[in-house]
Design a protein around this ligand. Structure first.
Ligand SMILES: O=C(CO)[C@H](O)[C@H](O)COP(=O)(O)O
Ligand SMILES: [Co+2]
Length: 223
């Protein structure tokens, strides 16, 4: 697997032919599938649940599926997503009463666990739980919709989290989600991200291999 992961968000895929869309982005060089779950409660939109994750597995998708839960409450969906074939499950701290317990539940279900931060969510939620994290997801838009513009303050937050991860000594991936495209991925990589969600930037283009290659080429220029 590549060191830096491109994670197409299927939120911007054509849902009428989702299996084919996922096959195509993976064949084009994507590393993992980003799966946005919205409940019209925690965020003002409604998307897809465990049945769709299971359908992708039954369709033959073997790549890691990165489930981004934007739901509240969060705990009762975790076993369902694990059974449906999720590889990584992240949730927002505001959606869990007991963050440590929710992280442990994800791990007990056999998945990699992560915490997701909205642009305005403080990083103190990382205190005391770094040892339970496989991934940290920083949102660079407010959650709920694809196709929004990257919020520049996310770059400083990325640098802060990169420092915290490096100082902790734990092996934790750093994922960015929202408004990622060829014009900003170099700065995002330079700020410390290693996992790049891109929805509209990829599914909005006719040639998935061309855009994924362009994203990787830009990323490679980061210093
Ligand atoms: O979690 C999300 C929105 O809440 C999506 O993953 C994100 O918006 C990706 O879409 P785009 O790359 O078009 O911004
Ligand atoms: Co997402």
């Amino acid at each position: 697997m590549n060191e830096n992961w491109i994670a197409p968000s299927i939120l911007s895929a054509n849902f009428a032919k989702l299996g084919e869309e996922v096959d195509n982005v993976l064949a084009a060089g994507a590393d993992i599938v980003h799966f946005d779950v919205m409940d019209n409660h925690f965020v003002p939109n409604l998307t897809i649940g465990p049945l769709v994750c299971e359908a992708l597995r039954k369709h033959g998708v073997t790549a890691p599926i990165d489930v981004h839960l934007m739901v509240e409450p969060v705990d009762r969906l975790i076993p369902d997503f694990a059974k449906a074939g999720a590889s990584i499950i992240t949730f927002h701290p505001e959606a869990s009463v007991h963050i440590d317990r929710t992280l442990q539940l994800i791990k007990d279900c056999g998945c990699k666990a992560g915490l997701t931060f909205n642009p305005g969510t403080p990083l103190h939620y990382l205190d005391h739980i770094m040892d339970k994290l496989d991934i940290i997801l920083l949102m660079s838009v407010n959650p709920g919709f694809g196709g929004q513009s990257f919020i520049p303050s996310a770059l400083d937050k990325l640098r802060q989290v990169r420092n915290r991860i490096d100082e902790s000594g734990f092996n934790i991936r750093l994922e960015i989600d929202g408004g990622v495209n060829t014009s900003n991925i170099r700065a995002i990589k330079a700020a410390g991200a290693d996992t790049f969600v891109a929805g509209s930037a990829i599914f909005g283009k006719p040639d998935y291999k061309k855009i994924i290659d362009e994203l990787r080429a830009e990323m490679a220029l980061a210093v």
